[in-house]
Write a new protein. Sequence first.
Length: 196
Amino acid sequence: MIPIELLEKYNMQLKSYAKDQIIFNERDTPKFYYQIKTGKVKMYNLTENGKEFVQGHFNNTNSFGEPPLFGDFKYPASAICLENTNIFVLQKEQFLLLLKEHPEVHLSITKLLCKRMVYKATIIKEVSIHPPEHRIQTLLNYFKLNSENKNEPYKVILTRQQISELTGLRVETVIRAIKKLEKANQLSIIGRTIYL
């Protein structure tokens, strides 16, 4: 997202995290900007009964957890590494200075946050009022529309477990719903891979 050369000018550090290591917890005070060099991160919430709701998956070159740096509020979700991960870390004050001195980077971050807001608004609506098949189709269509090759068959890179986490459905429900969508010719399954 932010060029590495630019991050280096503002004293970023490269930190290594192990698989399953927590980067920050829900309600922690934000102190850093995070940008992944290699690896995968999941942001999630736990409900009162221990059910996990995933806010998003992030991987190479993605940044995550930015809104609290702007809004002066605590993290609304936790972040955990899904595999061994290397992350560029920049102090909050340095991050805000970088944005002030480089408005083009500020604009690109603002655009990214707007896209994430649209995604969250779409998913919240789906989770609250629509049946499983519709939720899953909306989720997959969102990722297809935001992929580089919109006009070609889209290979879904999410696992059934990840689709479950992102839609608030049980894995068994996701599997049944995907089979229904295949029968209705809304998607195809080759091997275990889903295509739109």
